[in-house]
Write a protein that binds this ligand. Structure first.
Ligand SMILES: Cc1cc2nc3c(=O)[nH]c(=O)nc-3n(C[C@H](O)[C@H](O)[C@H](O)COP(=O)(O)OP(=O)(O)OC[C@H]3O[C@@H](n4cnc5c(N)ncnc54)[C@H](O)[C@@H]3O)c2cc1C
Length: 431
């Protein structure tokens, strides 16, 4: 483990957002130290579906998504790595006529940005998915959506940052952010204090907890998404597809990542109560998609409230990699959905399944930018299920905020303060 005592910028978290930030900062000459308590991309950034989707996003996110896709298009060359990038479109299939109407309304957002987005008929859906059986009222389709292999991307950013001189320190938790007279002065890590005038919190699902240590409140909860991988099958789709009974992406080797598109799991934790008021509008909008559960996260969370326990005193060292169990019922539903939609590949078998906690904000768009009450602190977190797609642009915006004092795109809608000053518009994404 390399030892660092000071840096221009300390980044907390080695997911795609932290690693991309390290890359763009190092590329522009900053001395960067990134600390990751576990391994690079151990949590959400390697566990996600791999969709790089613009369509259906919150209107505030669309300009960032478009610019991110522009970065994705040349990312393999930029990082010198194979990311299994493919820009073959994205499709979100509606289960109801009301769903189609909502997609049709989103076309206005897409047109504003000249996106080649359109609503497909049932016939067009079936043409795009040869062998698919089913009757769907319509689907939103965008030809510029893409996909990539999650496990490859954050490590490629981290490696490219390292080549540019960044310190990427894994297995080393940041226990606390330090402030003097209000301004950030560095961090306390497992290997001791590190001085830095700027600290970037890119700690994924742990951000709210880390920030609370310096008196900064960020409403954040996490839902559990379960994913399964099948054996290789015939070519079924180039696009990433989200349908009510089945979401899937076909990987380069012919295997599929499949997901039960109908439900996510929400494990109750002590923070559920703390942020209940902030998240109530989101629960109301998405309640038919979320299954609430009581289990280990609640027990562990309650232990973490007790001073003297490791979970309370050193929470970031206690769980090196958040590795929630895959929900068997979701895997079974996804496999059943696959057999229903593509009867000819019903013999596909599951080779592995996994889950990940998806960190959410109450309005389902991230926090990106400086924190006014803590000079030197920059937050890039709360990506609400969109952070794989947004990762490259988030990293570039962080580097601009840190090095230029301003971002090249409008990041005002992503201010942390929106949750306090009442300017958050609430959850608006369609998908
Ligand atoms: C099942 C699932 C499906 C998804 N599908 C998609 C998709 O298709 N498309 C899409 O765009 N997004 C998707 N997402 C969301 C996307 O994966 C996330 O938004 C994105 O990966 C967030 O990246 P991050 O860097 O902010 O966080 P993370 O990847 O969670 O990284 C944060 C890192 O910070 C580290 N850390 C935390 N605290 C500390 C500390 N104190 N000290 C040191 N290190 C610390 C953690 O160990 C972790 O590695 C999905 C997520 C999941 C789980």
């Amino acid at each position: 483990m390399s030892t660092v005592r000071d840096a221009d910028v300390v980044i907390v978290g080695g997911g795609i957002v932290g690693a991309a930030s390290a890359y763009f900062l190092a590329k522009h000459g900053a001395r960067v130290a990134l600390f990751e308590k576990g391994v690079v991309a151990g949590e959400q950034s390697s566990r996600n579906w791999g969709f790089v989707r613009i369509m259906g996003r919150d209107p505030f996110e669309v300009p960032l998504a478009i610019e991110s896709v522009r970065l994705w298009q040349t990312l393999e060359a930029e990082l010198g790595a194979d990311l299994e990038w493919r820009q073959a479109g994205g499709m979100a299939v509606a289960g109801t006529e009301a769903g189609v109407a909502a997609y049709e309304r989103w076309l206005d957002v897409g047109r504003q940005y000249q996106l080649p987005v359109r609503v497909l008929s049932n016939r067009e859906i079936r043409d795009a998915l040869p062998g698919a059986e089913g009757s769907w009222p319509g689907a939103l389709y965008n030809a510029t959506d893409g996909q990539a292999e999650p496990a490859k991307v954050a490590p490629a950013f981290a490696e490219a940052a390292r080549r540019l001189g960044a310190h990427i320190i894994t297995g080393c938790a940041v226990d606390a952010i330090e402030r003097t007279g209000g301004a950030v002065t560095g961090v306390l890590t497992e290997q001791g204090p590190v001085r830095a005038p700027t600290v970037v919190c890119a700690a994924g699902a742990w951000s709210s907890r880390l920030l609370s240590g310096v008196g900064v409140a960020m409403p954040q909860l996490a839902i559990r998404g379960t994913v399964a991988r099948t054996t290789p099958v015939r070519a079924i789709a180039g696009a990433g597809v989200w349908a009510p009974e089945l979401a899937f992406r076909q990987r380069r080797d012919g295997t599929l990542n499949i997901v039960d598109g109908s439900f996510f799991d929400y494990d109750l934790v002590p923070a559920t109560l703390r942020w209940a008021k902030d998240f109530r509008p989101m629960w109301n909008v998405f309640k038919s998609y979320i299954r609430f559960g009581v289990g280990a996260p609640l027990v562990e969370g309650l232990i973490g409230l007790v001073p003297g326990t490791a979970r309370h005193d050193r929470p970031f060292r206690t769980t090196r990699v958040l590795d929630p169990p895959a929900r068997g019922e979701r895997v079974a539903n996804a496999l059943a959905g696959l057999a229903r939609v593509f009867p000819d590949i019903r013999d596909a078998a599951i080779t592995r399944s996994w889950a990940g906690f998806i960190d959410m904000t109450p309005d389902m768009i991230p926090v990106i930018g400086p924190v006014s009450e803590a000079p030197g602190l920059v937050v890039a977190s709360g990506f609400s299920g969109h952070g794989f797609m947004l990762g490259p642009i988030a990293g570039r915006l962080v580097s601009e905020v840190v090095l230029d004092g301003r971002a090249s795109l409008d990041i005002a809608p992503f201010r942390l303060a929106r949750f306090r000053d009442g300017t958050s518009l609430g959850p608006r994404p369609l998908i």
